[in-house]
Design a protein around this ligand. Sequence first.
Ligand code: RIB
Length: 290
Amino acid sequence: MTAPRITVAGSVNLDLVTRCAHLPAPGETVLGGVFAQHPGGKGANQALAARLLGAQVALIGCVGSDSHAEAALGLLMAAGVDLTGCASVTGSPTGVALIAVSEDGENQIVVAPGANGAFTPDRMSGPIDGALIAQLEIPVATVDAAVSRCEGFVTLNLAPACDIPDCLLQRADLIVVNEGEAEFYDPDRLKAAGGLLAITLGSAGAILYRDGKEVARAVPPPVEVRDTTGAGDTFVAALTLALIEGQSEADALRFACAASALSVTRAGAQPSLPQRKDVDAILAPGKTGA
Ligand code: RIB
């Protein structure tokens, strides 16, 4: 079988991470552990996740012409993601995410978008082949332009939450949000957009709706949680890939929950993304994820 083609239009960041006993409250300073630096960004994470799960992937986005760019793109390049649509822009630094991860694996993230904000619609040309995945760490106008160039399956991950027009929601074949984002947009508005809507529930799994009606619910296999950063991105990529592969809605949701569960067992966004064989293994009959 030929690997499905997915284009991701989205952000590329360098993640600057420190673990700490608990996440700081407003105004609080906490002493953290050892500092680590990983490639990240929702777009880049979703592109790498889709690639490691078996898709042919192209990423379109922007990085700065600085030393962070190479580090941010390193794992994508090594995995064979097509980066020809990834531009280096002068005058803006590569996006950076400041991430604190608590001992129970929860995180707080602040993103300085840098070059992701310079990813304007005019930087895209030609049609988008295959499926498209987009998120909201790049300008909404650019997401809109990417969607209008795609005749295939469109996934919109509405993260981080921001204003978005109904016409864009209606063009999506699949919308993915977490519980907080669902509340921000209003679940009824998202259901009214038609198509598929996935709401992720953290360790409780996820629910999939079609045309506003629940069609599947899945819980992830039990795992030891180390770092939840990138779990949502893994879910988005895995669910999109499984659906375009032709898996049933129930199987696709189970696949996405298993993939994102595996991603929380390791530290970092991109270093934690699972390989296809690991997801298939945890879903094999007789395993806890089956
Ligand atoms: O979804 C996780 C990602 O959000 C991190 O990699 C960080 O870069 C932010 O974009």
